[in-house]
Design a protein around this ligand. Sequence first.
Ligand code: S3P
Length: 437
Amino acid sequence: MISNLITQGINGIPKIPGDKSISHRSIIIPSIANGICEIKNILKSDDVLHTLNAFRAMGVKILENESKIIIYGNGLDSLKKPKNSIYLGNSGTSARLLTGLLSSQNFTSILTGDKSLSSRPMERIADPLTKMNAKISTTNGSLPLTIISSNLKPANIDLKIPSAQIKSGLLLAALNTNGETSITEHKITRDHTEIMLKSFGADIEVKKTDNKKLIKIYGKKELFPKNIDVPNDLSSSAFFIVSALINNNSNIILKNINNNSTRNGIILALKKMGARIKLLNKRINNNENVCDMEVSSSNLQGCEFGPEYADLMIDEYPILSIAASFANSPSVFHGLKELRVKESDRLKLIILNLQNCGVNCKSENNDLYIYPSKNYKIKKNTIQTDFDHRIAMAFCVMGTKIGPLKIKDSECINTSFPTFKDELNKLGGNIFWKKLL
Ligand code: S3P
């Protein structure tokens, strides 16, 4: 458990770790490329290490030093049957992407996870893969999941649930399947997999129209090796951005942040609320948009955000809810159904914990309403996280403004941001470890 106290301001240049989504893909894709890839700035958090260990268990040589990892890929068909089942901890991204990739391999594999991951829906990836002839059996729709080796055939798949994890799992399955698979998306989801596959020479074509995106991939084309420099994570940055916005006397600089337009809804949303965020030195790195950011204390206004924002910032609602709690008028966020099936039921925990902090808020039909006030009277100062890293970090930020709060099971932060506490403290946060009473 960690606790924190009110801060006098958040100032400085935090070291934000590498992007989690791009880090997973920077292990998976080089592991099936043909040759040696060097990956710099990879995120070394629990989730990503589960992906890395999975590929080591499937015979891929991966060397690590301080500044980079080196992956020796041997091609699309080179993975070996692991000796044991593959344990993926808390990582939904590893589970969905590996289910796709492993369904095209010539061995049977079993995926397992922790309590939270073992209750998350897996039919959403298993069902569309079945259209490609994959043979997958789940445990009541979740992990443990068995993927039985079978000959995949190409298919035309309409994505029913907007999810980059499902799309990416299908693309990885199609990569090792003879013929053309097409995937139609009706809503935007993050496109890191398409970007990286293209840069590794995959035969992939993306066509966008006003209301949909068609991705065609021709399988069995070997990938060539490429070095990657992972940009820093915008989702992790969001905790620092909101800390600086809601606390007086704050000014921070964030460097080399991924600013992919399928991902940057949090910046658009906060700017709409009146946030003072400057995007500096916009550039392209490994085909991803990257920039630096300067963020200063701001007077935020409440706003209404439609479901289209959810597509662009699904992971950021816990921290956006904290920002909205310090705005000068109410906010409403629409279309948050997917929040219910993340690392926890995030909609439930946002409301429970905000209410315990004294914030008036409610959900109706998966929309979230927040009515901020000038002073909060804490009703219960222990934050329930259900081991969800983003809930834990969001309420650490809440604590910088109204603390002391105690964040239960805060070790879950290691899922995505092991250095979070130290970085926030360097900037003026007041977080300290507190043993459970
Ligand atoms: C991710 C996609 C999102 C996101 C998750 C990471 C990815 O999940 O919530 O943290 O790396 O593809 P969905 O695709 O299920 O929305």
